[in-house]
Design a binder for this molecule. Structure first.
Ligand code: UTP
Length: 290
């Protein structure tokens, strides 16, 4: 019997330099798409995929994340008094969503180093890691699509999407063999290859299912540029020892940690909203885009 994915880790200790000045003193993960912070989208996705217990890796200036998932006593009181029960339920649901704990990555030494902070929390179970920058708008939650593959192959799984043209150079890229539609067995992976050297058009995006042996691989990973420990390097070490799979996700992925990606995600999600979509569409139509 394959172990169930009950635990998820959310690295949220990066500096968010692509989104300055907004991220100077507030966390990137709290930027709202329409009216919901990025981190809430991914936490909800993980819970919808079967996750029960969550660890958020935070850094300095990240207390807003903890407050967001805590009970807001005064606000709840006020909403009750004013009989705004729908809003009360919405606000309360956020603090009831899952068992959430926090740990600090004291220095932003890379995603591999951030994930390593989850070693004790994870123990001997497989676990998911999700990045709040990558918002996946899909019918079946992105992590759920990966869990299904993990359960079939009993091996780590990463998420990929197709990126055509030179943009592939901005991603980690896999070299892989398709073993069933949209599922790949990974041969190798490279971080940000020049376009001409990219082994495929399949980019790695911010969803991972790891087995606990990833921690040993992170321990063996040498720091790369800027002293950062890259998770891709740790995964390459593990790839020597065990099979690793990738799933091409069904859905639309938005890079909400990038200014343009964030704007696109905002427009697309707002257009889909029942309460806002109609008026917003009309407004967009009225624009002179000449
Ligand atoms: P990014 O590569 O997007 O880095 O990290 P960043 O610092 O957040 O943002 P930019 O590129 O400077 O704008 C990917 C994910 O890994 C986390 C980030 O919080 C983000 O969710 N991360 C990165 C850490 O938790 N710690 C790190 O040391 C680096």
């Amino acid at each position: 019997m394959v172990n169930k994915i009950r635990k998820a880790v959310f690295p949220a200790a990066g500096l968010g330099t692509r989104f300055l000045p907004a991220t100077k003193s507030s966390p990137k993960e709290m930027l709202p798409l329409v009216d919901k912070p990025l981190i809430q989208y991914v936490v909800e996705e993980s819970v919808a995929s079967g996750v029960e217990s969550i660890l958020i890796i935070t850094g300095r200036d990240k207390s807003a994340i903890e407050n967001h998932f805590d009970i807001s006593f005064e606000l709840e009181q006020l909403l009750k008094e004013r009989n705004k029960l729908d809003l009360f339920d919405q606000v309360r649901a956020i603090s009831d969503i899952a068992q959430i704990s926090y740990t600090r990555q004291k220095q932003a030494l890379g995603l591999g180093h951030a994930i390593y902070q989850a070693k004790d929390f994870v123990g001997s179970e497989p676990f998911a890691a999700l990045l709040a920058d990558d918002i996946v708008d899909s019918e079946i939650p992105a992590l759920q699509q990966m869990v299904e593959v993990y359960e079939r192959y009993d091996a780590p799984v990463i998420a990929t999407m197709q990126v055509d043209g030179e943009d592939i150079s901005r991603f980690g890229v896999i070299d892989a063999e398709e073993v069933e539609p949209n599922v790949f067995k990974i041969r190798d992976m490279v971080e940000k290859p020049p376009f001409a050297e990219a082994p495929s058009n399949l980019a790695i995006i911010g969803r991972y299912i790891f087995t606990p042996d990833i921690f040993e691989a992170i321990e063996q990973t040498k720091p790369g540029s800027g002293g950062e420990i890259q998770i891709t390097d740790a995964m390459r070490i593990l790839l020597q020892k065990r099979p690793f799979y990738a799933v091409k996700l069904k859905g639309t992925r938005h890079d909400a940690g990038d200014k343009l990606g964030f704007l696109i995600a905002t427009v697309e999600l707002a257009l889909k909203r029942e309460d806002l979509g109609g008026e917003f569409r009309e407004y967009l139509r009225s624009l002179d885009l000449g």
